[in-house]
Design a protein around this ligand. Structure first.
Ligand SMILES: [Zn+2]
Length: 211
């Protein structure tokens, strides 16, 4: 995802003004939510509505996941959001998952689904702690980014968890890509070549339960 231009909402009744084609994208439509009279921005519902239409599907789902996770969009508003979107977006509705804690986590979840993997999100493994995904019961995928794992202490904790996972016989995809906070890592594809080293773990959440 690259920032290409500012996206600006303009009231349809406002006077036309010159738009800078390379620097801004203008949204002119009636708002669904009325902002506070002193507000300088639209309400999250309207910002999300425009954001979804301006993004490719995976990024759009990540935006909705994030808004839900951070409480900016009440879960009860999701149906209304998709009703307000053009019909072609409705096929994305079932992919939304408020449990995703970051954009990369949403991307990895969607990639795992597309690959047909059996996976459990946010699994607690004794001695390791909570991991983002456990794939096929033996492969850990963490979606951490530099933004949250850049300090020395964080890196030490990452290594401790890797060792604990290794002792438990679970393979860590170890795809932490430093310096790319918005990009999910790689590892799920290649690591599937290796045979499982451990019997599948159980967790509170089963694969597919996020739907
Ligand atoms: Zn836009």
């Amino acid at each position: 995802m690259e920032k290409s231009a500012d996206h600006v909402h303009i009231d349809p009744s406002a006077a036309r003004r010159k738009v800078l084609p390379d620097k801004e994208v203008v949204h002119r439509r009636e708002l669904r939510r009325t902002p506070h009279p002193d507000a300088m921005s639209v309400e999250p519902f309207d910002a999300l509505l425009d954001a979804v239409m301006c993004q490719e599907p995976r990024a759009a789902i990540a935006s909705i996941d994030s808004a839900l996770h951070h409480g900016l969009l009440p879960a009860s508003d999701v149906d209304e959001l998709f009703q307000a979107l053009p019909r072609r977006f409705r096929r994305l509705r079932h992919l939304v998952d408020a449990s995703a804690e970051s954009g990369p986590e949403t991307f990895v979840r969607l990639i795992l689904r597309a690959l047909g993997c059996s996976f459990q999100p946010q699994v607690v493994i004794p001695g390791v702690g909570r991991v983002d995904f456990l794939v096929d019961g033996w492969l850990i995928i963490e979606c951490d980014s530099k933004a949250y794992h850049s300090s020395w202490d964080d890196q030490l904790e990452d290594r401790r968890r890797d060792l604990a996972a290794g002792r438990a016989g679970i393979r860590d995809a170890a795809h932490r890509r430093r310096g790319h906070p918005g990009t999910p890592g790689q590892g799920a594809h290649g690591d599937r070549r290796h045979p499982p080293h451990a019997r599948p773990l159980t967790s509170q959440r089963q694969a597919g339960s996020q739907e």
